[in-house]
Design a protein around this ligand. Structure first.
Ligand SMILES: [Zn+2]
Length: 64
């Protein structure tokens, strides 16, 4: 049986100050974080370095 951790990151665009909650989860024993849901107006870019969120209006990176 596997379990996973689940948490919410509150995203906030530094330019337009749009905010929204993103739901993330991580399987036990894995370093892979996956995005379960993210707020409208944001984009998710998955790279080898991890997951990055971008504001889709400003096209700028958002700090989780
Ligand atoms: Zn923005």
């Amino acid at each position: 049986m596997s379990s996973s951790d689940r948490w919410v990151e509150n995203l906030r665009c530094p330019q337009c100050e749009k905010t929204g909650p993103a739901e993330l989860s991580q399987m036990d024993g894995s370093f892979d974080v996956q995005v379960d849901s993210f707020p409208e107006g944001f984009r998710v870019i998955e790279s080898v370095h991890g997951i990055n969120f971008y504001c889709s209006s400003c096209d700028c990176p958002v700090d989780p």
